[in-house]
Ligand binder design. Structure first.
Ligand SMILES: Nc1ncnc2c1ncn2[C@@H]1O[C@H](COP(=O)(O)OP(=O)(O)OP(=O)(O)O)[C@@H](O)[C@H]1O
Ligand SMILES: [Mg+2]
Length: 498
């Protein structure tokens, strides 16, 4: 059954013109929906270990002082109240370091491991800065006046690769902008354009968008980028992989977005291959800051990783065996193709497993429905292609199974990063066989990953009591994980006007 409404219709705080910042009334029903603890990932027992991660900062403010607490941040009090509603007791390292850099208006390319709080690191300082400017009379939210044609004019745009990630970041923005005049809107492909245009036409201060739908609305004249002050490219490396490079360049360099000091550009990911570093040099101001927490492209050490040799013909049987032997818990099973996703879904379903699946051939209402069923625990086994590998933050995903090994280590890092978020523990099991020699070789290079040649795995309690595999601390294996990649003669033209 399709969902009753699109996720893009999620309710946002309705600001009225007679409200003042700090004195707007509560909306208890919305508050309950946004901050209910059953929907949130609680920080786990290893959250404290984040503080031991190495931090590298290049460029940026000369006297960078990392935050100790959120109270040190200078955030507007309405924003701080929302941080409290989220039950964040202290900032994660990416937040401690990125927030002061962003607050000082530097451009930033930031890399930190999956599940370590990058979203709040870019949403909080930008939302707080916009609220401050609005309350000081330095900035206005742009709303329709009268009945004439209206172009929404966002102050902040976030561009990201997948629809589900767009919806998730929209929900985070709804939380952090609660009781402020800032109105977030999300637009993404595959769903009703009319519904989204209606939302946009009510006014839009934060626009969260996938590239295709954003270009479509720009071309139709629904949106102007002339007043944008902040741009975030989340998971930019994935957008390039998906072939969105031209669209992103078009939006960044050929739209009416201001390309001067008033624009702040931020890029976030857990992996930064060389082509994305070239993009950063084209889009970011010359004095941009590079921030890295831990090793680039490292997985979180809170994931127990196992790799097992399984021939293709035995994969279904092995998967069922592992699922039978595991305690009931949310599990994501990644496959390489849409066809395999359907076939594995059908196999498990016929064997009485509560499964659902998500991939690019499903229509958007089916995708939203599947993800909602997985989140609610109605179908705690989700079969997914790479559409679900980036950014998704789902409570209590305990196990990620790579039924098919992916073609790149970066993709592996993101896939398994769907578990062990915010200092929780998790487990990843990867099937490999002779077809995966190239990637398996890179995996083996990481000498601490546990390899099995088809033995039964002891995963009975799923608690990660096998020895943790410290991938994140292993020696660098990939030249493309080097921070200071020098594009040399391959450098694309800068053309950014900076
Ligand atoms: N300071 C904090 N204290 C506790 N929990 C936090 C804190 N900051 C973020 N979180 C929670 O951690 C989880 C992961 O955050 P987020 O999705 O931003 O990670 P990410 O770094 O973007 O990961 P990915 O690379 O997979 O996109 C979220 O549920 C978020 O609410
Ligand atoms: Mg993220």
């Amino acid at each position: 059954m399709p969902p009753l409404s699109w996720a893009s219709e999620g309710r946002v705080y309705e600001w009225k013109s007679d409200y003042t910042i700090g004195n707007a009334p509560d909306d208890r029903i919305l508050e309950q929906e946004l901050f209910a603890s059953e929907n949130m990932v609680n920080s786990g027992i290893n959250f404290k270990n984040y503080s031991t991660m190495s931090v590298s900062v290049k460029g940026g403010p000369s006297n960078l002082k990392p935050l100790e607490t959120f109270e040190d941040s200078g955030f507007e009090s309405v924003v701080l109240e929302n941080v409290r509603r989220m039950n964040y007791s202290e900032p994660t390292p990416i937040q401690k370091n990125a927030i002061p850099i962003i607050s000082k208006n530097f451009d930033l390319m930031a890399c930190a491991q999956t599940g370590s709080g990058k979203t709040a690191a870019f949403l909080l300082p930008t939302i707080s800065s916009l609220v401050k400017k609005i309350s000081g009379g330095k900035l206005e939210t742009i709303r329709r006046r009268g009945r004439g044609p209206f172009k929404a004019s966002p102050l902040f745009i976030i561009i990201l690769p997948t629809r589900e990630l767009a919806i998730q970041i929209f929900n985070e923005a709804r939380r952090f902008a609660y009781k402020t005049p800032i109105r977030p809107v999300v637009i993404y492909g595959g769903s009703d354009g009319y519904v989204q245009r209606e939302q946009v036409s009510k006014g839009c201060d934060i626009l969260i968008a996938t590239p295709g739908r954003l270009i479509d609305m720009l071309e139709r004249g629904n949106i102007s980028l002339a007043h944008v002050r902040h741009v975030v490219l989340d998971e930019a490396d994935r957008m390039l992989d998906m072939g969105f490079g031209k669209q992103i360049r078009g939006i960044m360099l050929s739209s009416n977005m201001p390309r001067d000091e008033s624009l702040q550009t931020l890029m976030f990911s857990a992996t930064f291959p060389p082509d994305i570093q070239v993009l950063a040099r084209d889009f970011l101001k010359e004095d941009y800051c590079r921030l890295r927490i831990g090793r680039i492209g490292g997985t979180t050490t809170d994931i127990t990783q196992n790799v097992i040799f399984v021939e293709d013909c035995d994969k279904n049987k092995k998967l069922a065996e592992i699922l039978y032997d595991s305690p009931p818990s949310r599990t994501m099973v990644f496959v390489q193709t849409k066809r395999t996703a359907d076939a594995v879904d059908a196999y498990l379903y016929n064997n009485m497993f509560p499964t659902c699946s998500i991939h690019g051939d499903r229509n958007q209402s089916e995708r939203e429905f599947s993800l909602a069923a997985f989140k609610a625990g109605k179908s705690p086994i989700l079969i997914a292609t790479s559409v679900a590998s980036r950014g998704l933050d789902i409570k209590d995903v305990m196990h990620v199974i790579n039924y098919d090994l992916c073609n790149s280590i970066d993709e592996y890092v993101h896939r398994i990063g769907r578990t062990a978020r915010a200092g929780n523990q998790g487990m990843a099991t990867t099937f490999y066989n002779s077809k995966n020699e190239m990637v398996a070789e890179k995996l083996t290079y990481e000498e601490d990953v546990d390899f099995h040649d088809g033995d039964a795995l002891s995963i009975e309690d799923g608690s990660g009591n096998r020895e943790a595999q410290p991938w994140g601390q292993a020696k660098p294996s990939q030249p493309n994980h080097e921070w200071d990649y020098n594009p040399g003669s391959t450098s694309a033209s800068t053309g950014s006007g900076w």
